[in-house]
Write a protein that binds this ligand. Structure first.
Ligand code: 6R9
Length: 658
């Protein structure tokens, strides 16, 4: 394992105690957390048996847990003999007493646009659309691709799939046709739900055009139906027999759609995420365990109280959107805020004005957005009231203490705790996190484990480290929200997560544990980048680059970036008949944007006459990372390189860039 790309969080001595009113009014204070945590570990099965009761089961489960992390006997099953329906848990069961509660508070890209959708209304539209999907031939077990902007129909589509037992595969609407096609192919998805166009930051995003192109690009799958939400005034080409207008489809359907009875272990969704090797993996989550865990964490981590407005400012294309815009909040009968736009449109006061206008109680947002706003000084919150805010949260990447404090002082007015939640697409929901009434906070630390979670640190040989230490972050036992497999490739699941350290789930992250048992995530220890909270495999970027006819070789590394957390730094060796030029830089930049999407836009492209390789031909990314990070005094031993001379050349070129 190479050392992390990003240096460990600077140690920060300050501690923010639990505010008095939190200790008195929260679901749990510190003593109660410690007691409940102890029980969740010591009486693990009993604990999860009880927590399983928070859902409505069609047939109650009798078995709670059957799991093993041994790679020769790997299995993860929770509540396996129970049956339920996830959409019924998110909708139907709230109708008796809370039908008129707002389920989704939608806030549009342009200021002044918003819409409230009650549980009754959401239930009705989900039933109608579920019937619509059935009429198009969608059955239990099918994979339905969702490529939608942040509009209520995205929630409707996800829940409609859950209602009829189809798996949804949401693809971030910022991904390119190539990336979309790859995911549809991998999932053998014969149906896609999209919109004519999306709106983001005042710009129009041509979704339907991307879908048309993606359908052409699919190699293994024939996409038979595309449902199109005609959301903007843009007119798009509709292919007869294939393309279906959403509104027409829904209007023709009955409002009665009995939920499909699903096994707890039946798949709920797949969601593609990047790993250190190969193409993105379809992370598969199942029904009973995932929903139990999403709903439990939503309630305790955010100390959620009924009637509050909960704003998770993620996109539904990421797991954070799945668990904390849709499934966790709706399972708890909450009012979830869905924001179409970006934090700085039309200007940097937008987040604060949404909070004031809609009296938001909880804001959960990525550090990269906080840093971007922080760069504007006091402007983002100037003149704002913000007194409706009770709690703040962050997710997606390590937060530097400076950004933590700015968030605490500006949005939190020094009064709101910040829950820094560490988790992954694979983990379903938060694993390391403060609880607002129970945990004294240290800026930059995701603090302590949630109930039932057994984190540990191991050295590179897999030996457990005790006490204050730093190492690879692993999990020793399962929890209900854990992914179950990589769609279509179970061996890859075993190889990726359970083969590095015997009998443990390997997260791919490094972490430090301090004297108080608090965890500080130091970043990925594998070849995965985290750019503005988005995961990208260096292998994915490199294979896209070498697929370009001008490129002989490429290596991609991350380097510290003030706003994005990590920036993308690319070393390219061109084919001998090509000349480095600014035009070529632009060509390669555009190429990555079209192969993957705008999030893959490189920050730096450096021409490399050669790359530092071991004698066995392995690129030494460690050296490339040090050069990119301006840490050439820390290159370490380079004597094992096949051609050490290449390093001096790369350093000289790097310095010339600056
Ligand atoms: C939920 C999500 C997962 C990776 C993870 C880690 C990083 C997430 C973090 C954090 C430090 C936090 N990460 N939360 N690092 N502190 N609070 O982001 O899932 O997109 O799969 O990314 O993000 O490196 O391994 P995903």
């Amino acid at each position: 394992m190479e050392e992390s790309a990003r240096s460990a969080n600077v140690k920060d001595a300050s501690v923010y105690p639990v505010p008095k009113h939190y200790a008195e009014q929260s679901l749990l204070n510190e003593e109660q957390y410690l007691e409940m945590y102890r029980r969740s570990i010591e009486d693990n099965e009993d604990f999860w048996r009880e927590q399983g009761q928070r859902l409505d089961w069609i047939k109650p489960f009798t078995k709670v847990k059957d799991t093993s992390f041994e790679k020769d006997d790997l299995h993860i099953r929770w509540y396996e003999d129970g049956t339920l329906n996830v959409s019924a848990n998110c909708l139907d069961r709230h109708l008796a007493e809370h039908a008129d509660t707002t389920a989704i508070l939608w806030v549009g890209d342009e200021p002044g646009q918003s819409r409230e959708i009650s549980y009754r209304e959401l239930h009705r539209e989900v039933c109608q659309f579920a019937n619509g999907l059935k009429s198009l031939g969608v059955k239990k077990g099918d994979v339905v691709t969702i490529y939608l902007p942040m509009i209520p129909q995205a929630a409707v589509a996800m829940l409609a799939c859950a209602r009829i037992g189809a798996m949804h595969s949401v693809v971030f609407a910022g991904f390119s046709p190539e990336a979309l096609a790859g995911r549809m192919d991998d999932g053998h998805s014969r149906i896609v739900i999209t919109a004519n166009a999306g709106k983001r930051g005042g710009r129009s995003v041509v979704l339907k055009e991307n879908v048309d192109r993606a359908i052409e690009l699919c190699r293994e799958t024939t996409v038979e139906k595309a449902v199109v939400v005609n959301y903007t005034d843009d007119r798009v080409n509709m292919v007869a027999g294939r393309d279906v207008d959403y509104a027409t489809l829904v209007s023709e359907q009955s409002e009665d759609c009995p939920p499909e009875e699903m096994g707890a272990e039946d798949p709920l969704f797949i969601l593609y995420t990047s790993g250190s090797t190969g193409k993105p993996k379809g992370v598969l989550h199942t029904s009973g365990g995932y929903l139990t865990y999403a709903s439990l964490t939503h309630e305790y981590v955010f100390d959620y109280r009924r009637g509050e407005r909960f704003w998770c400012a993620a996109d539904i294309g990421w797991v954070t959107g799945h668990s904390y815009i849709i499934y966790g909040p709706l399972a708890n009968g909450a009012t979830t805020v869905m924001y179409e736009g970006v934090p700085n449109y039309p200007d940097v006061t937008r987040v604060a004005s949404i909070i004031d206008e809609h009296q938001i109680d909880v804001l959960y947002i990525a550090p990269t957005a906080i840093r971007a706003l922080m760069a504007e000084g006091d402007k983002p919150t100037a003149g704002a009231d913000l007194s409706s805010l009770r709690l703040l949260g962050t997710v997606g990447e390590p937060i530097n203490p400076e950004a933590w404090r700015w968030y605490h002082d500006h949005f939190g007015r020094g009064q709101c705790p910040i829950v820094d939640t560490w988790w992954q697409t694979e983990t379903g929901a938060a694993l390391l996190t403060p609880l607002p009434g129970a945990t004294a906070l240290k800026p930059g630390s995701a603090t302590r484990p949630f109930f039932g979670i057994r984190p540990a640190l191991v050295d590179n040989e897999g030996h457990l480290l005790e006490g204050a230490s730093e190492g690879n972050l692993v999990l020793l036992d399962s929890w209900p929200g854990q992914m179950r497999t990589v769609f279509g490739d179970h061996q890859r699941f075993i190889d990726t997560y359970f083969s590095t350290f015997q009998g443990m789930y390997f997260t791919g992250d490094g972490a430090r544990r301090d004297e108080d048992g608090y965890y500080w995530i130091t970043g990925r220890v594998d070849d995965v980048l985290n750019v503005s909270g988005h995961r990208m495999g260096t292998a994915e970027l490199e294979s896209a680059l070498v697929a370009h006819p001008a490129v002989a070789e490429a290596a991609v590394v991350g380097y510290p970036h003030d706003i994005k957390g990590q920036g993308i730094y690319i070393y390219v060796t061109l084919n001998s008949d090509q000349q480095p030029s600014e035009a070529m830089q632009r060509i390669l930049r555009d190429w990555l944007r079209s192969e993957i999407g705008p999030i893959a836009t490189p920050d730096v492209i450096q021409w490399a006459p050669g790359l530092p390789k071991t004698r066995s031909g392995k690129i030494m990314r460690r050296i490339l990372r040090k050069i990119a990070a301006d840490e050439v005094d820390q290159l370490g031993d380079i004597s094992t390189l096949a051609d050490p001379g290449v390093v001096a050349e790369l350093i000289a070129r790097h310095e010339a860039l600056a």
